[in-house]
Design a protein around this ligand. Structure first.
Ligand SMILES: Cc1cc2nc3c(=O)[nH]c(=O)nc-3n(C[C@H](O)[C@H](O)[C@H](O)COP(=O)(O)OP(=O)(O)OC[C@H]3O[C@@H](n4cnc5c(N)ncnc54)[C@H](O)[C@@H]3O)c2cc1C
Length: 469
């Protein structure tokens, strides 16, 4: 990073928004994975024009650029593995318009998910994708990772709600993908391609998305099981009950214990918990939950109850949403994985995950929770990254999760967190050489100098190649 480039960055965004202070650089060196990488400089643009000028300058000088929202990634995807610029987009955090007739909202990428929903709630609407990090994750990060969360079983992922994007290409050119209409097949769907591209193809500067009227009512049931296998099979029963709930979450023994304590809930000893919610007009939410309860009862839960009122519902969700934070209090390092299997394979996946720590003499632990109704589990490793045997056991356990559980059972290495750094060794096995070559070709068209988020598994796989910079 030459002093001339730093001077030009200052000209573009102003001295207050360029930072090379080591303490500041340190703060941007991690996300929620065990990796750490340091940028040369942090740059905080405020407009599309500033983003465009920063990228143009970086591209001319072959300087790597790493877009970043709130840094809650669970994949290492915003980390500056090759130094260069971290492009912090959190100052671009305005909701620009809400078109109630067309049910569309336009916003900048730094808007926080919960802030958007607080805004929409005033009008009786909501944006359904609901990651457990919704109080801090930005919409830019959510689009880049195609984040999903608790309501995906009924409402889909972020990608399903994005209608168009304003995005800046690595050479500084600004493009507008997609359409304001509900249907359009007038070209290849670049909006869908960019959603989930993990900051490797373009930087989003405006997002146009659909929203949905808020449901009139929610009904929530908690089921506790004395047996992990029965809990797994209950997920299949609930899935096959003939109605679609808006959430179906799973928590294993360790997760229930720690998150209940964290949320101040008194929950009896159990091997697993299911949290299932329906929504819609009141009578429908009520009726659909009853149908699900009947189906789950066939697997003999040791206890179940329907939340009485909004307060009890909120405390159950607090426990679920704080699962990762609660587990983080139990070990020096907590690394949350992300795998999906066809839902019929959930009981087998749970069994296989549970056996992994035994291989390493239980020097590491795994707590599992996740969006079970989508087949999406988050086995979370608890260990101490400073102790070499534990770090080694973690990486071997990681390989077992993806090779021996997710891929072996016909699943995917990431349901919603992305490839980033942590899953780069497994991406080629899932996609094979022909698909990988197509993805690399797409990257080269967008970013021939490989300046945008270089070194990551998407699209380069295990090597993080190529070394163009
Ligand atoms: C406690 C916890 C719970 C979580 N729960 C869930 C969950 O339930 N569901 C789920 O899907 N995820 C979950 N996550 C993962 C994470 O929160 C999401 O991936 C989130 O959407 C990331 O948003 P962010 O603003 O933190 O992005 P960052 O972590 O800053 O960046 C994520 C990626 O987006 C890119 N990026 C950021 N902004 C832009 C932009 N404007 N243009 C282009 N690229 C950009 C970055 O380069 C990076 O590749 C969880 C994480 C934590 C820590």
């Amino acid at each position: 990073m030459t002093s001339s480039i730093v001077r030009q960055l200052v000209d573009i965004v102003g001295a207050d928004n360029v930072n090379t202070d080591p303490a500041e650089i340190y703060c941007y060196s991690r996300d929620s994975t065990p990796f750490q990488h340091f940028a040369d400089i942090i740059v905080r643009p405020l407009s599309t024009d500033e983003v465009s000028r920063v990228l143009k300058l970086a591209n001319l000088n072959h300087v790597p650029v790493y877009p970043r929202g709130s840094g809650t990634s669970a994949a290492g995807s915003p980390l500056p593995v090759k130094g260069g610029i971290v492009l912090d987009l959190t100052r671009m955090n305005r909701i620009l318009s809400f078109d109630q007739e067309n049910l569309q909202v336009v916003l900048e990428p730094g808007v926080i998910c919960d802030d958007l929903n607080e805004f929409l709630q005033k009008y009786g609407y909501f944006f359904p994708p609901d990651p457990a990090s919704s109080s801090v994750a930005t919409l830019g990060g959510m689009v880049a990772n195609n984040s999903a969360g608790n309501r995906a079983i009924k409402y889909g992922k972020t990608k399903d709600w994005i209608m168009w994007l304003e995005a800046v290409l690595p050479n500084g050119e600004v493009i507008h993908t997609g359409s304001k209409t509900l249907k359009s097949v007038s070209g290849y769907d670049l909006t869908k391609l960019l959603s989930g591209s993990e900051g490797t193809l373009a930087v989003f500067t405006k997002i146009g998305m659909r929203v949905q009227p808020l449901p009139e009512a929610y009904r929530t049931a908690m089921f506790l099981f004395g047996d992990l296998d029965k809990a797994g099979k209950a997920i299949l029963k609930a899935r096959g009950a003939g109605v679609v709930p808006c959430a179906m979450e799973f928590l294993d023994r360790l997760t229930v214990r720690t998150s209940a304590e964290y949320a101040g809930l008194d929950i009896m000893d159990c091997e697993a918990m299911l949290l299932i919610e329906t929504d819609g007009v009141e009578s429908a939410a009520e009726k659909e939950l009853k149908i699900i309860v009947k189906a789950v009862e066939e697997m003999n839960p040791k206890y179940w109850k329907i939340a009485e009122g909004e307060r009890e519902r909120a405390s159950l969700w607090l426990a679920r949403k704080s699962a990762y934070a609660a587990l983080a209090r139990c070990a020096v390092t907590t690394t949350m994985e992300d795998m999906t299997v066809p839902i019929s394979k959930i009981p087998e996946a749970l069994k296989r995950i549970q056996r992994i720590p035994e291989r390493f003499g239980k020097i590491i632990q795994i707590a599992t929770f996740g969006h079970a109704g989508d087949g999406n589990l988050h086995p979370t490793f608890l260990y101490d990254e400073r102790i070499p045997e534990q770090r080694e056991a973690f990486f071997k356990g990681l390989s077992a999760i993806y090779n021996e559980v997710a891929l072996d059972l016909g699943g995917s290495i990431s349901g919603e967190h992305g490839v980033g750094l942590i899953r780069k060794d497994f991406v080629e096995k899932e996609h094979g050489p022909v698909e990988m070559a197509l993805m690399k070709g797409i990257k080269r068209i967008f970013d021939p100098n490989n300046i945008l988020n270089p070194g990551k598994g998407k699209p380069w796989g295990s090597t993080g190649e190529p070394e163009v910079i």
